[in-house]
Design a protein around this ligand. Structure first.
Ligand code: ADP
Ligand code: MG
Length: 745
């Protein structure tokens, strides 16, 4: 059934490996698409294919792979990474244990001169020992280089293998045939070979540690789901591992317990804290017929519920899946970087050869020594990993942090675009306002023709059939006052305007001035009342009975507390704020005024919203649209970045580039902020990685020698290389400490 596999891959040392593994995976018959993430060392493979074939393909390419199964909680991968970490650390220690004494012995002259005839057995023993250590500490590089060589490929393994291998072979030649090299050059570089390995292994180990931290956001999400569920089977309650819970099972939740899967309450009730998924800080009471969601906490009460979504289908699992996909997605710019990384290693090989030739032909004596040291240092210092890691590791950290802040960013591209937004359009209702309007007052315009409650009763009768929030407010008010709605005929909804029907054969309509005008009702007698209501920011709704305005209903949709702070924070970021609404100009202007909004587009019919966005774009704006994701789908799609707000547990992510888990507009600010920070972080990483290589490689080649007489020590090159990719990862990790400008509750 599963048409997409996730596998965990180890042994990938550099960006070049990504392409190698991706090619190997797509070459497997049946695979339609394969995407490898260098940031978390995993791959997603889609197509009709057996997992074994996929794993085999990765193994053949020279890496290790394991299938990530079931409701993958990442622990398998974590264990694998822990193993890799310990392995690298151990190898680093072995190499250092051999290299440091050799280095000290060289410095202090404890070893006999190579030219002494009697010294040869000792030097041969050292050569053998070093070879053994190189095998123990670096066989993964040699094996990788060999596999690549057979495929006419080269990667970072090739560079390391050639660099350290050349050092060892040269040193052995000097020991065996001291006379083929001139006297000055008779120096062995055994310690360099092993210390380079020590540094590189140590750097890689640290990198794994830091990288693991980058993906902590997702672990937190996964951690929300309990490991077991108390299931009612054959009349008995048993604790069952979460993987074994089926659909349509009856599950007991007691006070203080987490809800294990999604479902519907069939008995009892509870007060459920859903803040982790919806951002809604106030726990909600849930009773029979209500939906409960995996990962949320039942604070008090106890209930039985029927499971409706399990495993990978729960809301939580879908959120995790989405964040994970986004974390490993490649922003458009990464394609270019990948191409550069692919030619990087061959280029370095050529530079190393050219360096050797130059030193051999034009260099000072001892030519052989200079030639070897410079070429070796070039090979070792060049670091394609930093380049390859720069983008994915930042995306990984940034997307994870965004999720922590309540913004689910669909992919790297959405993030790249969100960083460039200069205009944010808010759909007023439900984003800047609470979206739960209430009926404040009924202004009787009929000279008291109607009995008490009759006006409200007519209005409620009309609105029973409407799904608009204003309708709900009117029906609610009627209920509260004990007024019964009656039957209506020929009911009609006019989107963005109101409703009309017949009651006892009389035409009635309820809606805005535009609606009444279109029905030929004269609204001039109530103009003043309308203006009054609207100027306070409330919404006037007109009730027409038999062609005359009978009443004006005053509805208020309270402005959210955090709206003003949100608008201000956007202004601080240099973003223009626009409000889009179907309300009349005056109401909209009053609200906009309170919030210091830059531009108001009022009186917009629902179908026109996308067009308004398009107009802004044509004027050169990069537009983000914040809406509810259901009614506003076309506008969200038209905008450069669509933010679906208040979707909470029911993720309408399909129509949005960014889904905000809570209902607060503040998350928009966080989402833009973290996107910008991530983008900056990527540039820093790329600039750092390029600069490192652009400076490092010439210095390693000896560019400073003619001027200052200095050459780079090959061991330092190994350390610098390890440090460069570690720097990139550490820099990306800074995103974890990102603080949004507006605190999210
Ligand atoms: P928004 O863009 O703010 O969500 P809508 O386009 O849904 O607004 O509605 C615009 C206006 O149309 C409302 O302010 C109201 O005056 C009127 N309207 C729409 N539906 C109804 C309804 N069911 N009952 C009364 N008025 C309505
Ligand atoms: Mg609306």
């Amino acid at each position: 059934m599963s048409d997409s596999l996730r596998i965990s891959i180890s042994g990938m040392m550099c960006a070049g490996c990504v392409a190698t593994v991706e090619n190997a995976l797509t070459a497997v018959p049946g695979v339609s698409e394969a995407s490898v993430s260098f940031a978390d060392h995993s791959a997603t493979v889609s197509g009709d294919v057996a997992p074994e074939a996929v794993i085999q393909a990765v193994t053949d390419a020279g890496y290790q792979a394991a299938l990530m199964t079931g409701l993958d909680d990442g622990s398998e991968q974590q264990a694998q990474q822990q193993q890799e970490y310990r392995d690298l650390l151990r190898k680093s220690l072995i190499a250092a244990a051999a290299g440091v004494p050799l280095m000290l012995a060289g410095w202090f002259g404890w070893l006999p001169d190579l030219n002494q005839p009697g010294a040869r057995p000792l030097w041969l023993a050292i050569a053998a020992l070093v070879a053994a250590v190189m095998y123990a500490a670096g066989r993964q590089y040699y094996a990788g280089a060999w596999k690549n060589f057979k495929r006419h490929n080269a990667n970072m393994d090739t560079l390391i293998a050639l660099g350290t291998g050349a050092a060892w072979i040269y040193s052995l030649l000097v020991v065996l045939f001291p006379h083929i090299v001139p006297g000055f050059s008779r120096h062995a570089y055994f310690e360099a070979a092993v210390l380079i390995l020590a540094f590189i292994n140590f750097g890689s180990a640290l990198e794994i540690k830091v990288r693991g931290k980058t993906s902590q956001a997702i672990k937190r999400l996964i951690g929300l789901q309990p490991k077991t569920a108390r299931v009612l089977r054959d009349g008995a309650e048993t604790d069952v591992p979460i993987e074994d819970v089926g659909l349509d099972e009856t599950i007991r939740v007691r006070p203080g317990e987490k809800i294990p899967v999604d479902g519907e309450i069939i008995d009892g009730e509870g007060v459920v804290d859903e803040s982790m998924l919806t951002g809604e800080p106030i726990p909600a009471s849930r009773r029979q017929g209500d939906t409960v969601v995996a990962g949320t906490i039942n604070q008090s009460g106890s209930f039985l519920f029927r499971s409706t979504r399990i495993g990978r289908d729960t809301t939580l699992a879908r959120i995790v899946e989405m964040v994970r996909d986004a974390q490993s997605s490649k922003p458009p710019m990464q394609r270019l970087v990948d191409r550069i990384a692919a030619v990087f290693v061959p280029a370095v090989l050529i530079i190393a050869v050219v360096t050797a030739l130059i030193w051999f032909n034009f260099g000072p004596v001892p030519k052989f020594s200079f030639m070897l040291v410079t070429a070796m240092t070039v090979l070792v210092i060049a670091c394609p990993c930093a380049l390859g890691l720069a983008t994915p590791i930042s995306i990984m950290a940034g997307v994870g942090k965004a999720a922590e802040l309540g913004a689910l960013i669909r992919n790297g591209e959405a993030m790249q675009k969100a960083a460039r937004l200069d205009t944010i359009v808010f759909d007023k209702t439900g984003t800047l306002t609470q979206g739960r309007p209430s009926l404040r007052k009924i202004h009787d315009m009929s000279n008291a023709e109607y009995a008490d409650g009759r006006l409200l009763s007519i209005a409620a009768s009309l609105e029973v059939g409407s799904e608009h929030p204003l309708a709900a407010a009117i029906v609610q008010a009627a209920k509260g006052q004990g007024v019964e709605p009656g039957p209506v005929e020929e009911f009609q909804t006019i989107p963005g305007q109101g409703v009309s029907a017949k009651i006892d054969g009389v035409s009635v309509a309820l809606g805005n001035a535009r609606l009444l005008a279109s029905l030929g009702v004269d609204v001039t007698p109530v103009q003043d009342v309308l203006a009054d209501i609207a100027s306070s920011g409330a919404i006037p709704i007109l009730l027409a009975v038999d062609g005359r305005v009978a009443a004006v209903l005053e509805l208020a949709d309270a402005i959210r507390e955090e709206s003003a702070a949100t608008v201000k924070a956007l202004h601080d970021d240099g973003v223009k704020v626009v409000m889009l609404t179907g309300d009349n100009d005056a109401t909209a202007a009053a609200v906009a005024d309170k919030l210091a909004i830059d531009e108001v587009i009022a009186n917009v019919l629902p179908g026109e919203k996308a067009n308004k966005i398009k107009q802004l774009q044509q004027d050169g704006a990069v537009v983000g649209m914040v809406g509810d994701g259901i009614n506003d789908a076309p506008a969200l799609a038209q905008s450069d970045v669509g933010f679906a707000i208040g979707t909470g547990t029911d993720i309408a992510i399909e129509s949005a580039d960014i889904a905000l888990m809570g209902s607060s507009p503040k998350a928009v600010v966080s989402a833009i902020g973290i996107s910008r920070a991530t983008q900056r972080n990527i540039w820093q990483n790329l600039a750092g990685a390029f600069l490192y290589n652009i400076i490092g490689i010439p210095v390693a080649a000896g560019a400073l020698y003619p001027f200052f007489g200095v050459l780079l020590n090959p061991m330092l090159a190994g350390a610098a290389m390890a440090a460069s990719s570690l720097t990139v990862v550490t820099n990306a990790n800074r995103l974890r400490w990102y603080k949004p400008p507006v605190e999210v509750a």
